[in-house]
Design a protein around this ligand. Structure first.
Ligand code: NAD
Length: 509
């Protein structure tokens, strides 16, 4: 059991220490969570939603205060914390308050004629204890939204926030305490990698993991030992494709925001920008001008500090590799300020796919731009990555936009917009390829925390069924006739055959 040092990454100020949760305490938390689940999962949905509603109102009433804690923990800009951590979270809560009843109610399924007399439906039941393991880049929202989804569905939750943003972990704990959530329904487990591993060894009934590809693979392997279902929300290397007929001003503003918001530490940040050759020079100039106009360290800045020292090392390693292979840095490229983890927003040209900066997740304020000549080339470049999280296509030609969007290998696509699909709580969110497994948000975001139980019901007043013992030649014939009748050419059975079939059905009585 270690101690986590809490440091404001923007200033280097020490904020205190936090003890990691011990292995014994994790075991205890699991036992308590299982007990709490039995009560919570049996509450009527309306009662669970009352608690969730109080949670929303608390977050709204303390929005600035909560955002400020996240700012001190991560170095992000206050407006960004308010927008992406608080606004997004309460919007999701509201969505589930409105939609959960219809999403979770049993769904009728049609019953085929071969099963005549029965009724079929699907019920959604909570899974038990859900472990939510979350990252540091949006530490409030990325822990709260999956946790709230799991809670609405009727599960108890153990949240393991990132050790890189421990203050937000404490904040989440406080929020649930203040709202008076029933005891042990939500517990927060503090600590790093080993604590995460221990949590999985404690055998939750489901794991919702958000983080890097490397850790996601380990989580999945550990979960496989106990056959625990996992959802993985992993990294990205998202492409933005700008065609010559796009609104270039809108696209340039979007590229700069998409690359540098949250200091580029967004899983679906614009990490690769492809621009049609005929407007390449103009567009690069527009992006450079806008990037140079961004304000950094001062109050009310546009770009905050980075959060994790090791991430800054990765950014610098990618830049060094790109420069060595011939890339040009148009602006930025250096650490800035004496304290903290600030890095200048950086634009690069003369890049190609042999460079790490075009292939690996950089997760920092860096925007490499590359020209393309044809639609086919743009699609090939965009898909030339092991990742598939988000993507954006920019053109005024709606047909072309839909055509290209349909060929991008990603879980999410924006047309003439950037990153925003995550902000619609009704849209399922998740990646393809290395970017993840599973979906959350939208109806899927509740159902993925449920067992789907299929139920088939018979009135129960017949002694036997056509397919039950004892078997007979006539029964075999009847099945044969049924196959021909229902799935063959149609009404080509003789009267005798039809009669046999009818008799077999009637004999069920
Ligand atoms: P990370 O993988 O280092 O850590 C994520 C969480 O896993 C942390 O809480 C960490 O303590 C825990 N952990 C580490 N090793 C573990 C193990 N062996 N077993 C169990 N838990 C373990 O990721 P990070 O650096 O915190 O976050 C950045 C990454 O997250 C980026 O790759 C980013 O793209 C990705 N991300 C993805 C999404 C998405 O929705 N797809 C959203 C945000 C961030």
């Amino acid at each position: 059991m270690g101690v986590i040092e809490m440091i404001n990454p923007a200033t280097g100020e020490r904020l205190g220490e936090l003890e990691e949760t011990s292995p014994e305490a994790i075991e205890r938390a699991m036992v308590h969570a299982r007990k709490a689940f039995r009560r919570w999962g049996n509450l009527p949905l309306a009662e669970r939603l009352d608690h969730i509603n109080r949670l929303r109102r608390y977050i709204v009433d303390h929005a600035d205060e909560l955002a400020e804690t996240v700012v001190r923990d991560t170095g992000k800009v206050h407006l960004e914390a308010l927008m992406t951590e608080i606004l997004l979270t309460v919007d999701f809560i509201k969505y589930y308050e409105k939609k959960a009843a219809s999403i979770l109610k049993p769904k009728k399924v049609s019953t085929p004629i071969t099963l005549i007399g029965r009724r079929s439906w699907v019920e959604y039941r909570p899974m038990g204890v859900v472990a939510v393991i979350s990252p540091w880049n949006y530490p409030f929202q990325l822990a709260m939204i999956p946790a709230i989804s799991a809670l609405v569905a009727g599960n108890a939750v153990l949240i393991k926030p990132s050790e890189v943003s421990p203050l937000t972990g404490l904040l989440i704990e406080k929020v649930f305490r203040k709202v008076g959530f029933p005891e042990d329904v939500v517990q927060v487990i503090h600590g790093g990698k080993e604590v995460g591993e221990r949590l999985i060894q404690a055998r939750p009934d489901k794991i919702f993991f958000t983080g890097s590809v490397a850790t996601g693979k380990k989580v999945m392997a550990a979960a496989a030992e106990h056959l625990i279902p996992v959802d993985l929300e992993l990294g990205g290397k998202d492409p933005m494709i700008v065609f010559a007929d796009a609104d270039l001003r809108r696209a340039a503003n979007a590229a700069v925001w998409g690359a540098f918001t949250n200091a580029g530490q967004t899983c679906m940040a614009v990490e690769r920008l492809y621009v049609e050759s005929s407007v390449y020079e103009t567009f690069v100039r527009m992006v450079k001008e806008r990037t140079e106009a961004l304000r950094l360290t001062e109050e009310g800045a546009d770009v905050g500090s980075m959060t994790f020292p090791r991430q800054l090392d990765i950014v610098e390693a990618h830049l060094a590799d790109a420069k060595e292979k011939g890339a040009k840095i148009l602006c930025g490229g250096r650490r800035t300020g004496s304290d903290g983890l600030h890095f200048e927003p950086t634009v690069l040209t003369d890049v190609d796919h042999s460079m790490r900066i075009m292939r690996e997740e950089t997760f920092g304020p860096v925007l490499p731009i590359m020209p393309f000549d044809t639609e086919e080339e743009a699609i090939r470049l965009a898909n030339d990555t092991p990742y598939g999280l988000n993507s954006s296509i920019w053109t005024k030609n709606r047909k072309k936009a839909r055509r290209v969007a349909g060929r991008i290998e990603a879980g999410n696509v924006c047309i003439n917009d950037v990153m925003i699909n995550m902000a619609n709580p009704g849209l399922p969110y998740g990646g393809v390829k290395w970017s993840g497994i599973g979906r959350y948000h939208g109806p899927e975001g509740l159902l993925s925390f449920c067992h789907r139980v299929s139920v088939i019901s018979h009135p129960g007043r017949k002694k036997r069924e056509i397919n039950w013992y004892p078997y007979s030649e006539r029964q075999t014939d009847a099945i044969r006739y049924l196959i021909r009748l229902l799935y063959g050419k149609g009404w080509n059975l003789s009267l005798k055959e039809l009669l046999n079939l009818a008799v077999q059905f009637l004999r069920r009585k």
